[in-house]
Design a protein around this ligand. Structure first.
Ligand code: P5A
Ligand code: ZN
Length: 468
C-alpha cells in the first residue's frame, strides 16, 4: 500500500526518519541533524558505492580544510556573489578577533584551487582528478528539511578536475554524468538530466548539468550537479601549466557534487505505507532471520536458524533472537526496510525448507533448504530490479508533455512536472512563471516544437514543476 506515502508524503517522510532511526531531528541548531547508527550504516554503504565509482573512473580522494580565508573566498567575483548570503563566518579565536575572517566552506573551490595552483606545473600534471567527502555549511534561508535542505550538509561528495584543453574538460563533464548515472542506477533512483538555465547555473560556471528526481508529492529535487568551469577559476587562482611547446596556459576545470539528498531520495522513493524499503545494495541488513519457536522445539529451531545465518554469511544477515512474538519482529524489520526475511519453524525443518518473505511485495516464497543461498541471492537481485523499475515508472507517471501554457498550469496543479517546448528566453520563462507559479528549472534537447509562449520554433523542452 502506498496511499499515505503518496498523499501525505511530507508527514510520511518525517515519520520514517524517526521510526527507522535514521536521523534525530531534535538537535538544537536549525538545519542540522544527528545521524543515528542505523542511518549511518546506510550512509556508509552509499559512500562505499560512490567511492568505488569515482576511484574506478580515475579520481583520487583527498581532504582539504574546512576553513577558507576571506581573501581566497572573495577572489572569484561571481562565485562570491552567488554564495555570500549563505556563508557562515568564523570571526573569533577565543576572545580575540581574527585578523582574517574565515568562511566555513559552502563548497570547496576556493579552498582547493589556490593549492591546485601549486600542484599543477606542466601538462604532464594534467588531467588531475580529485574528490573529497566532507561536511559543508550553507546558511539556507528557504525552509530547511532533513537530508533535503540542510545548513550543515554532512555528506558532500565533491569532485574537482583540471585539464589541458577545453575538449578534455568537456569530455570530463560526460564522464561525470556517466559516473552519476551508474551511481543512481545502482540505488534505483530515477532521474532527469538537464542543463540549468543561464540564470540558475553554479556561481562561476560556464554551464551546469543537473540530475533531478521527482518525489511522490510531485516536487522536483536536484540530486546532483556537474559544472564546466572553463577557465573562470583558473584565471582567478592562477592555475597555469606549461604546454609541450613551452607556453603558459590556464587550466580548464570541472567540478561536480552530490549531497545527503541522495539518501533522502533513496528513502523517499522506495518506501510504502509500512515504512522504508531499502535497496539491497545499500541496506545495512539484507536478510533478517526470524526463528519461529514452539515450546519444546526451541533449541532445534535455534540450531537451524544459526546454521542458516552461517550459510548466508556472504550477505549482511542478522538473526533476531529477542524474546518477542514473531509478528513484533516482522513489524520492526519491515519499517526499517530490510529487503528479505527468512522464517524458520519446526514445520520448515521437517520439510527441509525455509520461508522467504519479500519486503517490497510481501510475497511469501517457500524454498528447499538446499537451494537457500542461491535463492536469497536471486531474490535480492530481483528486489533491487523491482524497486528500480517501480521508481522509474512512478517518476514517468508524473511527467507530462505540455503543448500550451494551460497544460503546464494543469500539470503543476495536479502535482506533476511539465515538459514544455521553450525558446530559452527569460521573458517566456517569466510568462510561464506568471501562469504556473513556477518557472523553467531545466532544459532538455528534444524533437522540434514551438515555444508555448512565443511560438518560436525550438528543439528544447523546459522542465517546469514545483521543487524542493
Ligand atoms: C559541485 C561540487 C557545487 O557545490 N562544487 C563542488 C559544486 N554544486 S552545488 O550544486 O551547489 O551543490 C551540489 C549538490 O548539493 C546538493 N545541495 C544540498 N543538499 C542538501 N542541503 C543543501 N542545503 C544543499 N545545497 C545543495 C544539491 O543536490 C546540489 O546539486
Ligand atoms: Zn518563447
Amino acid at each position: 500500500m502506498r496511499d499515505r506515502w503518496r498523499n501525505s508524503f511530507s508527514e510520511w517522510y518525517a515519520e520514517q526518519l524517526d521510526r527507522a532511526e535514521i536521523l534525530d531531528v531534535r538537535y538544537p541548531v536549525k538545519g542540522t541533524y544527528v545521524w543515528r547508527p542505523y542511518g549511518f550504516r546506510i550512509r556508509a554503504n552509499v559512500l562505499k558505492l560512490i567511492r568505488q565509482i569515482l576511484d574506478e573512473a580515475g579520481h583520487e580522494e583527498a581532504l582539504f580544510p574546512l576553513l577558507i580565508p576571506e581573501h581566497e573566498f572573495a577572489k572569484e567575483a561571481r562565485h562570491i556573489a552567488g554564495f555570500e548570503d549563505e556563508v557562515y563566518w568564523v570571526t573569533h579565536g577565543g576572545r580575540s578577533e581574527l585578523g582574517v575572517k574565515l568562511a566555513l566552506r559552502p563548497t570547496s573551490e576556493t579552498a582547493m584551487y589556490p593549492i591546485l595552483a601549486l600542484w599543477i606545473r606542466s601538462h604532464a600534471d594534467l588531467p588531475l582528478k580529485i574528490y573529497q567527502v566532507v561536511n559543508t555549511f550553507r546558511y539556507e534561508t528557504k525552509h530547511t528539511r532533513p537530508l533535503i535542505r540542510m545548513r550543515e550538509i554532512t555528506t558532500f561528495k565533491e569532485a574537482h578536475t583540471a585539464h589541458a584543453s577545453a575538449e578534455d574538460a568537456e569530455r570530463q563533464v560526460q564522464v561525470a554524468v556517466e559516473c552519476y548515472r551508474r551511481f543512481f542506477d545502482a540505488l534505483g533512483i530515477p532521474y532527469i538530466i538537464s542543463r540549468r538555465p543561464e540564470w540558475d547555473k553554479f556561481p562561476g560556471a560556464e554551464y551546469t548539468i543537473a540530475f533531478d528526481t521527482i518525489f511522490p508529492d510531485g516536487r522536483l529535487l536536484q540530486i546532483a550537479t556537474v559544472h564546466n568551469l572553463g577557465q573562470n577559476f583558473s584565471r582567478t587562482f592562477e592555475i597555469t601549466f606549461e604546454t609541450p611547446e613551452g607556453r603558459q596556459e590556464y587550466a580548464y576545470q570541472t567540478c561536480y557534487g552530490i549531497s545527503d539528498r541522495v539518501i533522502a531520495a533513496l528513502l523517499a522513493l522506495h518506501g510504502d505505507d509500512s515504512g522504508l524499503c531499502l535497496m539491497p545494495e545499500v541496506a545495512p541488513l539484507q536478510v533478517v532471520v526470524v526463528p519461529i519457536w514452539f515450546k519444546e522445539r526451541k533449541e532445534e529451531v535455534d540450531r537451524e536458524a544459526e546454521a542458516i545465518v552461517r550459510e548466508l554469511s556472504c550477505f549482511r544477515v542478522h538473526l533476531d533472537t529477542r524474546e518477542l512474538r514473531p509478528g513484533a519482529k516482522y513489524y520492526h524489520w519491515e519499517l526499517r526496510g530490510v529487503p528479505l526475511r527468512v522464517e524458520i519453524g519446526p514445520r520448515d525443518i521437517e520439510n527441509r525448507q525455509v520461508t522467504l518473505v519479500r519486503r517490497d511485495t510481501g510475497e511469501r516464497i517457500t524454498v528447499a533448504r538446499s537451494a537457500l543461498r542461491q535463492e536469497v541471492e536471486r531474490q535480492l537481485r530481483s528486489i533491487g530490479d523491482a524497486l528500480r523499475e517501480r521508481a522509474w515508472q512512478e517518476m514517468r507517471s508524473m511527467l507530462r508533455e505540455a503543448g500550451a501554457l494551460e497544460d503546464i498550469e494543469k500539470a503543476v496543479g495536479e502535482r506533476c512536472v511539465a515538459l514544455a517546448p521553450w525558446c530559452g528566453s527569460k521573458e517566456c520563462d517569466e510568462t510561464i512563471e506568471a501562469h504556473a507559479g513556477v518557472g523553467v528549472g531545466g532544459v532538455m534537447e528534444a524533437e522540434p516544437g514551438r515555444c508555448v509562449v512565443c511560438g518560436r520554433s525550438t528543439k528544447h523542452r523546459g522542465i517546469v514543476g514545483r521543487s524542493y
